[in-house]
Ligand binder design. Structure first.
Ligand code: ASN
Ligand code: ZN
Ligand code: CA
Length: 332
C-alpha cells in the first residue's frame, strides 16, 4: 500500500510546485498515484534500463539548481502531471493511451545529451541534461511535446517522415504550447515559442517560433509542393503557423510579454478564435480524422470536418479554419 502524498518540487523552470508522490515506510517516491502511477527515475548518466526510482526521506525534491540531481526530476515529474491534467481535463483523454495508465520519466540520460525523446517501446519519456549553454531539457513545453508524440502514436499514428512527419512534429509543438498555457505557471508563462528555457542556441532564442516559423532560420512558414522532403522539425512550420493564426489571428499581438507578428501567404487577414477552440479542433482531427498518411491537404479536410462537428459549418470557427489554412497556402 502506498499512501497518496503531495510533495514539494523546487524546480528549475517552474518555481516551487506540488508533486504527486507516494509514501512507503519512512520514505517517499516520485510516484504520482493520482495520475496513472506516473513514476520518475534517475538514469544517473546511463542510457538504458529504468535506472532507480527517485526516493527520499522528506518529500521535498530538488533545490531549483541543475547541480542537484533531484531538480530535473522535479521538473520532469511536474511536466508529466501538467500534460496528464491537460489531456484529461481539457481534451477528455485519460493518459497517453487513453487507458488511465501513466507512462514514466527518466532523467539524467547520458552525458551532455542535448535532447529529450518519447519512446513507444518503453512507453516512457527521457531527458538529457544539456551541455554548455544548453540547459536541462525538462521544461514544460518540451515535456508536453515529447509526451504528445505518444498520444499521436496511439491515435492518428502519423508516419514520422514526409508531410505526415511534419504534422506529427507540429502536433507535439501545438500541445506543447497548449499545455504550457494551460499550466498558467507564474515562472513559466505560456507562449508560442518552443524550448525558450533551454537556450539551445546560446543566445536566448527559442528552438521554434509558431507565429512565424522561419524566424529559426530553417522552418518553413508556408506549405509548398516538396515540403515533404525537408526535416520533419522544419516541415512542421506551416502547421504550427496554422495553429497560431487560428488561435490568435494574423498581424502583431503581445501575449504574456512576448510580441508576435504573424504573416499570411496571401496577405489576407485571419481572425483568431482563441487557443482553446483551436486546440479542441486539432485534437478532434488528430483523434478522429487524421490517419498515418495524412498530409497537409488531408489535415485541412480533417480540421474542417472537426470544426464543423464542434461548431457547425456556418460558424465563425469553421470560417477561421478555412482562412488559417489559406494563410499558409493550403487549399482554396
Ligand atoms: N526531441 C526530438 C523530437 O521530439 C527527438 C526526435 O527527433 N524524435 O522531435
Ligand atoms: Zn518531436
Ligand atoms: Ca514555450
Amino acid at each position: 500500500y502506498q499512501a497518496i502524498h503531495n510533495g514539494t518540487g523546487n524546480t528549475m523552470y517552474s518555481g516551487t510546485v506540488t508533486l504527486g508522490t507516494a509514501q512507503s515506510g519512512s520514505s517517499y517516491t516520485l510516484t504520482d498515484t493520482a495520475r496513472g502511477n506516473h513514476k520518475t527515475y534517475n538514469l544517473n548518466r546511463g542510457t538504458s534500463g529504468t535506472g532507480t526510482l527517485f526516493t527520499g526521506p522528506d518529500d521535498v525534491w530538488g533545490n531549483g539548481s541543475a547541480s542537484n540531481a533531484e531538480t530535473a526530476a522535479a521538473d520532469a515529474h511536474y511536466g508529466a502531471a501538467l500534460t496528464w491534467d491537460y489531456y484529461k481535463n481539457v481534451q477528455g483523454r485519460s493518459g497517453i493511451r487513453g487507458d488511465g495508465v501513466g507512462a514514466y520519466s527518466r532523467v539524467h540520460y547520458g552525458n551532455n545529451y542535448v535532447n529529450a525523446f518519447w519512446s513507444d517501446s518503453c512507453f516512457c519519456m527521457t531527458y538529457g541534461d544539456g551541455s554548455g549553454n544548453a540547459n536541462p531539457l525538462t521544461s514544460i513545453d518540451v515535456a508536453a511535446h515529447e509526451m504528445t508524440h505518444g498520444v499521436t502514436s496511439h491515435t492518428a499514428g502519423l508516419v514520422y517522415s514526409g508531410e505526415s512527419g511534419g504534422l506529427n512534429e507540429a502536433t507535439s509543438d501545438i500541445f506543447g504550447a497548449a499545455v504550457e498555457f494551460h499550466a498558467n505557471n507564474a515562472s513559466d508563462v505560456g507562449d508560442y515559442l518552443i524550448g525558450e528555457e533551454i537556450d539551445i542556441n546560446g543566445d536566448g532564442t527559442p528552438l521554434r517560433y509558431m507565429d512565424k516559423p522561419s524566424k529559426d532560420g530553417a522552418s518553413k512558414d508556408y506549405w509548398y509542393s516538396g515540403i515533404g522532403n525537408v526535416d520533419v522539425h522544419y516541415s512542421s512550420g506551416p502547421a504550427n503557423h496554422f495553429f497560431y493564426l487560428l488561435s490568435e489571428g494574423s498581424g502583431t499581438k503581445t501575449i504574456n510579454g512576448v510580441t508576435y507578428d504573424s504573416p499570411t501567404s496571401d496577405g489576407l487577414p485571419v481572425t483568431g478564435i482563441g487557443r482553446e477552440k483551436a486546440a479542441k479542433i486539432w485534437f478532434r482531427a488528430l483523434t478522429t480524422k487524421f490517419t498515418s498518411t495524412t498530409n497537409y491537404a488531408g489535415a485541412r479536410t480533417g480540421t474542417l470536418a472537426a470544426a464543423g462537428e464542434l461548431y457547425g459549418t456556418d460558424s465563425t470557427e469553421y470560417k477561421a479554419v478555412q482562412d488559417a489554412w489559406a494563410g499558409i497556402n493550403v487549399g482554396a
